[in-house]
Structures are given as C-alpha cells and as structure tokens.
Ligand binder design. Structure first.
Ligand code: CUA
Length: 180
C-alpha cells in the first residue's frame, strides 16, 4: 500500500472499516461534542467570555448618541487635545467612538458597578484591546457593539487599537479609569 499510488480497490468507501479507524472516528466525534458543549458552558459558568451584542448603526447616528452622552457626563478633559473624560451613571451606558486615530472620549467607571460599553467605528475596522486585561473586541464600521462589563479592580487601564488601521495605528491609544 502506498499513499502516492492510486488505491488498489478503487471503491475504497465500500471496504470494511478497520477497528483502529472506527475507534478514531468515535474519539473525534465525542471530542467534537465536548467542544460544542463547552462553548455555551464556558460562556455561562467560566465567566471569561464577554456577553456582547451587536446592532446595525451608522457613523452619524452613533456619533450623535455618543456626543449627547458625553455632553451630559463629562467630568474633566485631558491632554492637549482636551479629550473629555466621561463618568457615566453606574448601571448605565458608556459610549466609545473609534476613529482614525483616536478613541473618544475617555471613560471613568466605578469599581463593582455594571456598565454597557458601546463601541462603534466611524471609518474602518479598529480593535478594542483593554490592557493589561485580556479583552479584545473587533470594532466593525456600521455596527454598534455592546459589551456588558463589571470592573473588579480600580486602576488605570490602557486601551489600544489592535487592528491595523493605517499609518497612525500605533498612536490610537487611550485610557480607561476605574475608580472606587
Ligand atoms: Cu485603529 Cu488600529
């Protein structure tokens, strides 16, 4: 028998199944089922996968919502660009705009409180990456992504873009504050 030569019996699928072959098919099938069940199981009990939703939107509609929210909840501004730092109501919505090459505004959240963080891109694909936590979400243009999070540790976190989005991709960084 050879892997290069054509099979001696052309109609190979009518050959009886070898014991070893059958065993591997059963093992592979059982493993597929385990993996399939683990996906929803780990989402619910593993507390690692984020609960996220996505809705269709447009850059204009989203920017309007994010701007209105920022106008109501800004507590201060930072950097020479006067980026607003917003402190949304605990239990409420926080809006983040991704665009070339900026995250806008900065968020200040309270430890132990749950927020719905909205993310949308105004132009191309960006990636929301929260450091040092291992949270990564692709931010697609045309969609409003909503992630429900409860920060557990106060501190200053970094947001970086982890999808290449052009010449200044490496400057697309921001901060997220979690206060007690
Ligand atoms: Cu935005 Cu890379």
């Amino acid at each position: 028998m050879s892997a290069i030569e054509p099979p001696v019996e052309r109609i190979w699928w009518k050959q009886p199944l070898d014991r070893v072959e059958g065993t591997w098919i059963v093992i592979a099938f059982v493993w597929c089922i385990v993996m399939f069940v683990m996906m929803p199981y780990w989402h619910i009990y593993g507390k690692q996968n984020l609960s996220n939703e996505a809705y269709r939107t447009t850059a204009e509609a989203y920017l309007k919502k994010a701007t209105e929210s920022a106008e109501k909840t800004t507590v201060r501004t930072e950097t020479d660009l006067k980026i607003p730092v917003v402190h949304p109501a605990p239990g409420g919505d926080a809006y983040l705009v991704a665009r070339l090459w900026q995250w806008w505004p900065m968020l200040e959240l309270e430890e132990g409180k749950t927020y719905r963080i909205h993310l949308a891109s105004m132009d191309f694909l960006h990636g929301f990456s929260l450091q040092p936590e291992n949270i990564n979400i692709q931010v697609h243009p045309g969609y409003e992504h909503i992630v429900t999070v409860t920060p557990t540790r106060a501190g200053t976190y970094s947001i970086i873009c982890n999808e290449y989005c052009g010449i200044n991709h490496h400057t697309m960084a921001s901060k997220l504050y979690v206060v007690k």
